[in-house]
Design a protein around this ligand. Structure first.
Ligand code: FAD
Length: 419
């Protein structure tokens, strides 16, 4: 596939104006901002708490906005073998009646150069890591950062690990996710994520059995994304890795005990199936293919506060400051946008051998860059977090006039030709 989006070239910066950037967290936000900041010509090191980069979860939908960014970062060639290209997104009532369909290919032709694709998270993450390393990013695992201290000069910050190791940089980017603690360190007060009342069962099924069943085979043979909407719950599914795997997410009321500190717990397949009794028989058939399952408590978070430290040496992004319900499939997309915008802002810092990073001119420009970053990102990510909450309400309506009104409105979206 020929790239239609301009691939960004790596900027060259004078050593005196090259930031040493430390990124806390190698999730999608941390990796995206690492690529973008490296492309902007800065030196980047990622500090990750786990002992290896291992993506948890299964599938991820990449929407047109992030597809542009990934192409811009030069990832299209690496990602192409791992993409599944669904043609349509179907919205289905919980009893199996089709509500409406969205034609992805039509929408791609309306916005040339964009695409809608599904990935196994591990594949997406691996491609991001490889691109980051190719651009000279350094990655240190087993580094759980406990706090960040800002230097007396205000120009630098130090990331301090739980085991006492320290890394000093000109800018720390906190990308430690929805359950991360760095915002608490930034604010000097507690900043817990907010429970949404929902949890996710995340399933990854082999498609071998599905192919033998005429009712389930079309899900594999004609790549598509399906949403079943029902009372208090919904289910989403799509194939991955060219049809080898089937990703299914069930979004249901949170029954993890209130006092439990864990956000992920072992689920029970029987209990899970019982929640979908009376739904479209194809859902029951799919759930019966599942051997074991985990439950993920869904939390959100939005940082109304200043995401950057007043010194300009520390900034937060990704789920750490705007975790949304996954009902718009947009959390990772927002993280990629954060990275792209931050890199763009940092690419505009002064770049001359006559200017140093500790000069007032440079420090003011750095503060300004972080302020522009926030101005570009806050309103949009708040809108996505709020909209995710609205989707929770709309997707989980009980049968009745409001649900009928929702379905009527969804049918106003043009459906693929001939259907
Ligand atoms: P995380 O992925 O949580 O990464 C944080 C990283 O920081 C981790 O690697 C962690 O180990 C590390 N870390 C934490 N604390 C420290 C520390 N103290 N020191 C060092 N490292 C630390 N988004 C989409 O765009 N499309 C989808 O289809 C989609 N589906 C989803 C389905 C579900 C069920 C869920 C729950 C989410 C979904 N999302 C989706 C949202 C998306 O997964 C997140 O928004 C995105 O992964 C957030 O990335 P992040 O890097 O900010 O956080």
């Amino acid at each position: 596939m020929a790239p239609r989006i301009h691939v960004q070239q790596q900027h060259t910066r004078s050593e005196s104006c090259k930031l040493q950037i430390l990124i806390v967290g190698a999730g999608l936000a941390g990796l995206g901002s690492a690529i973008s900041c490296a492309l902007a010509g800065h030196a980047v090191r990622i500090l990750e708490a786990t002992h290896e980069i291992k993506e948890v979860g299964a599938g991820i939908q990449v929407l047109p906005n992030s597809s542009r960014i990934l192409q811009h970062w030069g990832l299209e060639k690496a990602l192409t073998p791992h993409m599944t290209n669904p043609s349509v997104c179907n919205f289905i009532g919980w009893k199996g009646n089709r509500i409406s369909s969205l034609d992805f290919h039509q929408s791609e032709s309306n916005y040339p150069g964009t695409w809608y694709r599904d990935f196994h998270r591990a594949d997406l993450q691996r491609c991001l890591v490889e691109r980051a390393l190719e651009l000279g990013v350094q990655l240190t695992c087993n580094a759980r950062i406990e706090r960040v201290t800002v230097g007396a000069d205000g120009a630098t910050a130090t990331a301090v690990a739980a085991d006492g190791r320290e890394w000093r940089g000109d800018l720390v980017i906190g990308a430690d996710g929805v359950f991360g603690k760095l915002t608490e360190a930034l604010l000097g007060r507690s900043d817990p994520p907010v429970k949404t009342g929902d949890l996710a069962y995340r399933l990854l099924l082999s498609t071998e059995e599905m192919r033998k069943d005429p009712e389930l085979a079309p899900f594999v043979n004609e790549p598509q994304v399906n949403y079943w909407l029902g009372p208090d719950a919904h289910a989403v599914n799509y194939v991955l890795r060219g049809g080898d795997l089937f990703n299914m997410v069930l979004l249901v009321p949170d029954d993890i005990p209130e006092e439990s500190l864990a956000s992920t717990v072992e689920g029970n397949v029987k209990e899970m199936c019982a929640l979908f009794e009376g739904w479209d028989p194809r859902i029951q058939k799919l759930l019966k293919l599942c051997q074991s399952v985990q439950k993920w408590r869904l939390c959100i978070r939005f940082g109304e506060f200043d995401w950057a430290h007043p010194s300009g040496s520390w900034v937060m992004l990704g789920d750490a400051v705007h975790a949304t319900l996954p009902y718009l499939a947009s959390g990772a997309g927002m993280a990629f946008e954060d990275g792209a915008v931050l890199g763009e802002c940092l690419s505009r810092l002064p770049n001359s051998p006559d200017i140093t990073k500790t000069s007032t001119e440079f420090l003011n420009a750095k503060k300004h860059a972080l302020s522009v970053f926030q101005q570009c990102r806050k309103e949009r990510t708040k809108m996505v977090v709020d909209r995710g909450n609205i989707q929770q309400y709309l997707y989980h309506l009980h049968d009745g006039p409001e649900q009928q009104d929702r379905d009527r409105k969804m049918q106003m979206v043009p459906t693929p030709e001939g259907e």
